[in-house]
Design a protein around this ligand. Structure first.
Ligand SMILES: [Mg+2]
Length: 113
């Protein structure tokens, strides 16, 4: 995936979200604090799916129920993340790329001896 395509896709999601919020008069509720809390709440909903179970990746991917629940929560997390980026005018692709560079420096690759 090229960076241009990634940016286009984030811009598309931002526009879709903007329209969704506009049509419902919900923009006023999408304050930075409310959205940050919502990201955390949706991440907790993702964890709740795994509460008291510990399936392997194969068990998850072969369970339609688990996959649907997980996909829904991942979408919720991304929707709120895009909303926060939209609200604060953050370029998601740029900040993720920058953070990966920082992580690479912080956690250098393991060298084979
Ligand atoms: Mg949810």
């Amino acid at each position: 995936m090229t960076s241009e395509k990634s940016n286009d896709q984030f811009e598309y999601l931002k526009r879709k979200l903007d329209k969704f919020l506009e049509e419902r008069n919900w923009k006023e509720y999408h304050t930075p604090k409310n959205i940050a809390m919502s990201i955390s709440i949706e991440a907790a909903e993702l964890m709740e799916i795994f509460q008291w179970i510990n399936p392997s990746a194969l068990e998850v991917t072969t369970s339609k129920k688990l996959m649907t629940e997980i996909e829904d929560e991942i979408a919720d997390i991304i929707i709120y993340t895009v909303s926060l980026a939209r609200t604060l005018d953050i370029d998601i692709f740029e900040v993720v790329t920058e953070k990966m560079i920082k992580n690479n420096l912080r956690f250098p690759p393991v060298k084979e001896s």
